[in-house]
Design a protein around this ligand. Structure first.
Ligand code: PEP
Ligand code: MN
Length: 330
């Protein structure tokens, strides 16, 4: 249950009584008890301004608590959720590979009117014998590119050893699919106010996915977007299966913006444009699309990245799809 508690209440004793989390807001406390608690104890009723009983531990993220999509403000003119109806395009390579490569992508982004560049530095690879990313050196390159082109940077964190490094350099922190359960990362991301894009683990249920977001929200960071990037099914012809039913669930039952990553779900560039249009038609808050100057030569995820020509054609096709569902591509 979520309780809004008067400022004059003894929040520490309430927290102790209900074994609850509390967040301090400007004019009240938000107390989050385990969802099994359905009633406020008689002795505390005078402290409670509002109560929201919940049927599971999807609580702060639930549309039963906040009925509209939470707003994330990347800058004053770059907003998703809230009343915005925006669908934000984020693009860039899977990995930062070199200054020349990331500079070429950044120039391309500017030419396309893209405001947020994605690129990984700490790559969560499946094999230890493949390119693992440039790590801290990659972050320095990204910071240089941000200053040169005025782009915002989203980059991923794969484990808690470098979470502070990523938090320091990135404008937006991407929590990789394999890191969705890493409590060191979730806790660190809950203590800051930078936007977080939390990817769904490919073997995780929607309940587990949103509960991971609850760890960030309950620590006091409201700026969380959920990213569906494909789940593992019996199908092997595509890399993963993009769970659009899950997206419908998240839109209906949660208050968090939803970003889709068709690149990792499909695994092959040929399918990404159609899949992206399908995502936009669902009225989503954003997209992560991998692009690379020369996809065939990419050091990670070579098969799924779009080249500049393919991305240009895709982007051109999205405005109509977005407007048909009352959305605007930004
Ligand atoms: C990525 O965005 O490049 C990536 C590795 O994604 P995921 O964590 O979804 O596999
Ligand atoms: Mn990738």
């Amino acid at each position: 249950m979520i309780l809004h508690i008067q400022k004059k209440a003894n929040i520490a004793s309430l927290q102790d009584f209900y074994k609850a989390y509390s967040i301090e807001e400007k004019d009240h406390y938000v107390l989050i008890t385990p969802s099994a608690v359905k009633e406020v104890d008689e002795s505390h009723k005078s402290d409670v301004i509002a109560s929201f009983p919940m049927d599971s531990d999807i609580q702060l993220a639930s549309s039963k608590y906040i009925t509209t999509t939470r707003e994330i403000r990347f800058s004053d003119d770059l907003i998703i959720g809230g009343n915005s109806n925006n669908t934000l395009m984020i693009t860039g390579p899977c990995s930062v590979e070199s200054e020349e490569q990331i500079d070429a992508v950044a120039q391309f982004c500017v030419s396309q009117g893209i405001k947020i560049l994605r690129a990984g530095c700490y790559k969560p690879r499946t094999s230890p014998y493949t390119f693992q990313g440039l790590g801290h050196k990659g972050l320095i390159l990204l910071a240089k590119i941000r200053d040169k082109y005025g782009l915002k940077i989203i980059t991923e964190v794969k484990d808690a050893t470098h979470v502070d490094d990523v938090i320091e350099f990135a404008d937006i922190i991407q929590i990789g699919a394999k890191a969705m359960y890493d409590h060191g990362i979730l806790t660190a991301c809950s203590k800051i106010q930078k936007p977080i894009v939390l990817k769904r683990g490919f073997g995780s249920t929607l309940q587990e996915f949103v509960q991971s977001a609850e760890f960030i929200l309950s620590g006091g960071n409201n700026n969380v977007a959920l990213c569906e990037r494909g789940i593992r099914t019996f199908e092997t012809k595509t890399r993963f299966t993009l769970d659009l039913c899950g997206v419908a669930y998240l839109k209906e039952h949660t208050n968090l913006p939803v970003i889709l990553d068709p690149s990792h779900a499909m695994g092959y560039a040929y399918g990404v444009p159609d899949l992206t249009r399908a995502c936009v038609a669902m009225g989503i808050d954003g997209l992560l699309i991998e692009t690379h100057p020369t996809p065939k030569l990419a050091k990670s995820d070579a098969s799924q990245q779009l080249n500049f020509e393919e991305f240009t054609a895709l982007k051109k096709s999205l405005d109509k799809v977005a407007s048909s569902v009352g959305r605007k591509m930004i």
